[in-house]
Design a protein around this ligand. Sequence first.
Ligand code: ZN
Length: 99
Amino acid sequence: MRSMENHGFGNGKATLDNGYGMFLSMLEYKLSDRNKYLVKVDKWFPSSQICHRCGKIHHEMKNLQIRTMKCDCELTSSRDQNAAINILNGGLRILTKSA
Ligand SMILES: [Zn+2]
């Protein structure tokens, strides 16, 4: 929550009130109702810094101004798309570990 506040996702304050926690509870309930899972990925998981293709760490991506990841493995990906794929893969790893 604190990190979302600091990284300027919307209003910041909204992520600290009960609304977000309640949203997660309801989401979890609704998903389990449909035999689906809510998997929470560690908020410190450096999803924007890992090349989703080869796994190389790109420390320069800590700079939020850099919107495109260009990697030695010839991957060129938008920052957010690369992060989304890493989060998906991270979630799948958690899910298959606990299954
Ligand atoms: Zn790469």
